[in-house]
Design a protein around this ligand. Structure first.
Ligand code: AMP
Length: 115
């Protein structure tokens, strides 16, 4: 069994977070340490530690994460100018929280992907 992270507590609303969207499959909330004017994390309600752990059963939920990201981008007013979606896997990518999450970043020119 994978160990829960702080994100499971956010999903269950046991600790405070600025949740912008939640349904039966995913939860989205503002990153506590924003790297851009809009920085929102979209996560599955189900605990999946890393992208290495996804299975074919997760495909609908993973697609839903992108649909939700697009809706939030529109709500945030960053859809026309653009935004970036990032998912980090394990140490070389700098993954810190082992509950998969998609970063939605925008609201400024984000520059080149790897700086
Ligand atoms: P990653 O490096 O891809 O694992 O990203 C983890 C992200 O989670 C970082 O951007 C953190 O700032 C963010 N984060 C960690 N704890 C919280 C929290 N309690 N509420 C919101 N965002 C968080």
């Amino acid at each position: 069994m994978a160990e829960e992270t702080i994100f499971s507590k956010i999903i269950r609303r046991e600790i405070a977070a600025d949740i912008v969207f939640q349904d039966d499959k995913v939860t989205a909330f503002r990153d506590i340490s924003p790297q851009a004017p809009t920085h929102i994390l979209i996560i599955p309600n189900k605990l999946i530690p890393t992208i290495n752990d996804v299975t074919e059963q997760d495909e609908a939920m993973l697609g839903h994460m992108i649909t939700v990201a697009a809706k939030i981008a529109k709500q945030e007013g960053i859809d026309a100018n653009g935004y970036r979606l990032i998912m980090n896997c394990n140490k070389d990518a700098g993954q810190e929280v082992f509950h998969i999450h998609m970063h939605l970043l925008g609201g400024k020119n984000l520059g080149r992907l790897l700086g």
